[in-house]
Design a protein around this ligand. Structure first.
Ligand code: GDP
Length: 212
């Protein structure tokens, strides 16, 4: 008998990931799609590529995100033909030019305003660092657009269990978010992978119920 495709565990299995293109500038090309989208954002070096590679576990995925030029684009990946994973360009990198920095905001705004099927954003923060000005600007911007936001705290393996717990509480206070909205994650140990996949599945499903 075929397995029930709606079974909770099965939904977390990523069977298929297909790169469907990149959006390089505001008002620029983006894939036409009615599928729900979940986007990933964070400052450069926060561990976004590592997190996405750990979630998706596909060599083809890693190849695309390493392609020069793609790092400043918004890259779209169709997952299981069920939703689109959107890799937003990393922000706040000291070495990028002023021009590149000023291109980032209009690109992001254009994406966020055009994407009515956006179900949620996963914002990545390094568990050891205070949120930067750019992180806060991003959070304010997301609050304004009213897109549900999950915060993934990366590189938890760099702290002891106790120190990590303390940082989660501190960051929840700083960001004025409930502890449950912060998901500790490590690409090295795999901590948080299932929790994050569950949270993403919930975002996708919540949107589906709303539009039904
Ligand atoms: P991106 O610029 O946000 O895509 O960041 P990367 O995924 O390229 O990671 C930036 C640096 O952080 C690299 O040196 C990674 O090896 C390291 N890194 C990423 N994730 C983790 C993690 O979970 N644990 C540790 N210890 N290092 C990590």
């Amino acid at each position: 008998m075929p397995k029930d495709p709606g079974a909770p565990a099965d939904k977390l299995v990523i069977r298929n990931v297909e790169f469907i293109g990149g959006m390089a500038e505001k008002h620029g090309w983006r894939p036409e799609s009615n599928l729900p989208e979940v986007a990933f954002a964070g400052r450069s070096n926060v561990g976004k590529s590592s997190l996405l590679n750990s979630l998706v576990r596909r060599k083809s995925f890693a190849r695309v995100s390493r392609t020069p030029g793609r790092t400043r684009e918004i890259n779209f990946f169709r997952v299981n033909n069920g939703f689109v994973l959107v890799d937003l360009p990393g922000y706040g990198y000291a070495r990028v030019s002023k021009q590149q920095k000023s291109d980032w905001k209009p690109l992001m705004e254009s994406y966020l305003r055009r994407t009515t099927q956006l179900r949620g954003i996963v914002l990545l923060l390094d568990i050891r660092r205070e949120p930067s000005e750019d992180d806060r600007a991003m959070l304010d911007f997301l609050a304004e657009t009213e897109v549900p936001t999950i915060v993934a705290l990366t590189k938890t393996d760099k702290l002891s269990k106790g120190a990590a717990r303390q940082r989660i509480t501190e960051l929840a206070e700083t960001l004025r978010l409930p502890n449950e909205q912060l998901i500790p994650f490590s690409a090295h140990t795999g901590e948080g992978r299932i929790e994050l996949l569950e949270a993403i599945t919930d975002l996708v499903d919540a949107g589906r119920e709303e539009s039904a």
